[in-house]
Design a protein around this ligand. Structure first.
Ligand code: 1PR
Length: 529
């Protein structure tokens, strides 16, 4: 029996699913004393350092965790859990951590790499630990803006380090206590094997690393390949994966049906997708909490898919027909608790940016702000649905223009990218650069950059748009729309600084397997998982 410390923040369903998948039973911590008495404790962590610490203290868990670790009882901490072992964090100044490991958690400094670090990176073993017995050099999934720094004072705790601009502590251990900055429950087979070693072992064995095992070569983050499933009900009420051409998903009047969401997501996981995204494409007009099937899709998918899951569509505040009010945070929380690791916001982000541009200040009330404060910026993705507007010269518009690779229908040499809402149905008076820069300032952690002109065309990604957006923000950018071949992925990574690339149609129609995309991209010298 494994005991799980669920303190009500973030997605603990994935951890629970991973434990089940490995054949173990899970029970939740019911009272603070359970923390000390549990045989094996898993302490997952998602979200903001201050929020997590506040809950641990409020519920009487913090002092019991310190006691348990002092007693050297088998404990596995994940992500923010690792950070709470330290004395404090720049993320939440003045909030003390558990103070078990010397040092302060710091934000990644400004460097050429995107912050948060989102994606698959390697590790360098600093000592031997039996949980890494079957480790074969794979990468693990990281998602964080803050990190622990190796020092003379904490060196005895360091189990692995990782490079991301600089070297940081990617896992710690002492005796029976282990914590990883990465998410083993989201790191595919490699992560599950690690958890399995912890769950199965009677005892964790530590030793000094031998020469042969010591890895010193720098680790490199992989470019992610993401499979996207646009989901909606068809005319007979079944939830299906569909796919549009320039956002039109109907063919001869019918909604295109390309398969069942849960099955397809599982297939992409097994084929090596680094992440799976669901977009509930009619979420802008339906209220997702009444759309139980979508929550069920997440619950079922997360039982068998152990890479990150993003869900978008309908994340906004809502008042139902009985007058009950739900904040965007309520909606997002339901998604997180159903198995999502990140949520993506489309239309509501456009309205939030319009409000910000009109008032010049943050209201603190937008979905982006509310969700990122509780779950962390890395959990908030902005899905941008831009459409090209052609102009003869940049002076014709106040918007951010670029010289287009191919001229417009009337020979126009320039274009700007107009943001749309409601699944591309309505254009608004803001451009993609305005949108992403304000969203970043409001607390978004990643951009999913679609392009209506390219969607479903198989003609390759919109490289100019992607680089323009990438230059405007420091958060990761996912290139989306237009992939028609494995070579298009290699091209987008060579010609832009995109952190990830996403496709839908070519995967659904079975035209290019994910493995082929990976091998073509890797053959070009680009880091993949
Ligand atoms: O506005 O917060 O409710 O979110 C709605 C979400 O649904 C947005 O993320 C929006 O992008 C998405 N959406 C709405 N309508 C459509 C549609 O197609 N009619 N899908 C839609 C957007 C675009 C991509 C697609 C790529 C790759 N889908 O995600 O998967 O373009 O396609 P390709 O590889 O086949 O070219 P809200």
């Amino acid at each position: 029996m494994i005991t799980l410390l669920d303190y009500g923040a973030g997605n603990v369903r994935s951890v629970r699913n991973a434990i089940h998948k490995l054949g173990f039973e899970v029970r939740n911590v019911q009272s603070p004393d359970d923390i000390v008495t549990a045989d094996k404790l898993i302490f997952p962590g998602v979200g903001n350092f201050g929020v997590v610490m506040e809950r641990l203290v409020r519920d009487g868990y913090a002092e019991k965790l310190v006691e348990r670790i002092g007693l050297n009882k088998p404990t596995f901490g994940i992500c923010v859990a690792l950070q709470t072992f330290f004395e404090g964090s720049e993320e939440s100044p003045g909030v003390p951590g558990l103070g078990i490991i010397p040092g302060q958690i710091e934000r990644f400094p400004d460097h050429a790499l995107s912050v948060p670090q989102i994606g698959w990176n390697g590790i360098k073993l600093r000592k031997n630990n039996s949980i890494f017995e079957q480790y074969r050099g794979e990468k693990f999934y990281f998602v964080h803006s803050f990190k622990a720094t190796p020092s003379e004072e904490n060196k005895d705790w360091i189990l692995t380090t990782t490079d991301y601009g600089e070297e940081f502590i990617s896992s710690v251990s002492r005796g029976q206590v282990i914590a990883t900055q990465f998410h083993p429950e989201k790191s595919g087979d490699a992560g599950l094997r690690l958890l399995q070693r912890f769950l199965e072992n009677r005892e964790v064995v530590e030793s000094v690393v031998t020469e042969g095992n010591l890895r010193t070569e720098p680790t490199r983050i992989a470019k992610r390949i993401i499979a996207c499933l646009d989901v909606r009900s068809n005319d007979t009420g079944d939830l299906v994966v569909t796919k549009g051409d320039q956002y039109d998903v109907r063919e001869e009047g019918e909604v295109r049906n390309l398969g069942k969401p849960v099955e397809l997501a599982r297939r992409y996981y097994e084929e090596g997708a680094d992440e799976v995204t669901f977009l509930n494409i009619t979420g802008f007009r339906d209220f997702p909490l009444q759309d139980q099937p979508m929550l069920e899709v997440l619950k079922q998918t997360s039982k068998n898919v152990f890479v990150p899951l993003t869900i978008g569509g309908g994340i906004r505040e809502f008042t139902d027909s009985e007058g009950n009010f739900y904040s965007a945070l309520d909606v997002a929380s339901r998604y997180f608790r159903s198995g999502a690791d990140k949520i993506s916001i489309g239309s509501d982000a456009v309205y939030a940016v319009e409000e910000y541009l009109a008032t010049g200040k943050k209201s603190g009330k937008t979905a982006i702000e509310q969700i990122s404060i509780v779950y962390g910026a890395q959990a908030v993705v902005i899905s941008v649905d831009p459409r090209r507007v052609y102009v003869n010269s940049p002076d014709e518009t106040s918007h951010n223009t670029i010289e287009c690779a191919t001229p417009g229908p009337n020979g126009e040499k320039y274009c700007w990218y107009q943001c749309t809402v409601s699944g591309g149905r309505e254009g608004r008076d803001i451009d993609a650069v305005q949108l992403v820069t304000v969203c970043e300032a409001l607390g978004a952690g990643e951009i999913l950059l679609n392009c209506i002109d390219k969607d479903g065309t198989n003609s390759g990604f919109d490289l100019e748009l992607i680089q323009m957006v990438k230059d405007a923000v420091t958060i990761p950018v996912i290139a989306s729309s237009g992939a028609g071949s494995a070579e298009h992925f290699a091209e987008v990574f060579k010609k832009t600084n995109a952190d990830a690339a996403l496709a839908a149609g070519i995967f659904h129609r079975g035209e290019v397997p994910i493995s082929e995309v990976k091998s073509v991209v890797a053959a070009d010298g680009i880091e993949t998982r």
